[in-house]
Design a protein around this ligand. Structure first.
Ligand SMILES: Cc1cc2nc3c(=O)[nH]c(=O)nc-3n(C[C@H](O)[C@H](O)[C@H](O)COP(=O)(O)O)c2cc1C
Length: 194
């Protein structure tokens, strides 16, 4: 896929087909994370891969989806859940300021996945204490994010935000086909030339 088309269509997906992601694709997602830039090249991040229905179900139960929507619309149902989670873990002994590294790694992972038609949702709203214990994290390790993956069973498209002053304008919603619509600020509202 053309890079700009990949970036345009690599949206957040929240409902998935119950179809496993192959080992080759999972490996490529992880390689993409490894290739990301890192402040001072310290590479403080590591990854926990969660696959298999039982384990994925367990992690899923500690995640919250689509905060702008009522749960009956935004929370994936039993037959819509992701088939893979990858947890991003910070090693605090290496670097205590990992946010940019994590963002870059997650971006690489989700793009590498989407290149194979695998959609994703980054989950900040999860029960980190419980999941950290489940993943066996040690004292010097901190759970940054879990990223959910799966083959999407819906479409997601972007639209322009017409009124940038309206605080509600950023809220994504479902259209009549139950597909996601994600409002984005117009370029002229976010760019200025000196
Ligand atoms: C740091 C971060 C945390 C997020 N956490 C969640 C989350 O907990 N649950 C969820 O459903 N989506 C989450 N998202 C997805 C955002 O809601 C999504 O990126 C946003 O609505 C824009 O949609 P887009 O990714 O398709 O552009 C998160 C995204 C980011 C960048």
């Amino acid at each position: 896929m053309d890079l700009m088309e990949l970036l345009k269509t690599r949206r957040t997906y929240r409902r998935f087909e119950q179809k496993e992601i192959s080992k080759e694709i999972v490996d490529e997602i992880l390689v993409a994370a490894r290739l990301a830039s890192s402040a001072a090249n310290k590479q403080p991040l590591s990854y926990v891969v969660i696959q298999g229905k039982e384990k994925v179900d367990k992690v899923f139960s500690y995640t919250r989806w689509a905060g702008y929507l009522p749960p009956e619309q935004g929370q994936p149902k039993e037959d819509e859940q992701p088939t893979l989670f990858i947890a991003v873990v910070e090693n605090l002994d290496i670097n205590r300021d990992c946010d940019t590294d994590a963002g870059l790694a997650i971006s690489n992972m989700t793009l590498a996945a989407w290149n194979h038609g695998v959609g994703s949702c980054m989950i900040g709203a999860c029960n980190k204490p419980v999941l950290s214990e489940m993943f066996g994290l040690t004292e010097n390790q901190k759970l940054h994010t879990v990223v959910a993956f799966g083959y999407p069973s819906h479409v997601s498209r972007i639209e322009d935000i017409e009124d940038p002053a309206d605080p509600n304008a950023v809220k994504y919603y479902l259209d009549e086909k139950h597909d996601y619509v994600v409002p984005k600020r117009k370029l002229e509202d976010v760019v200025r030339y000196l």
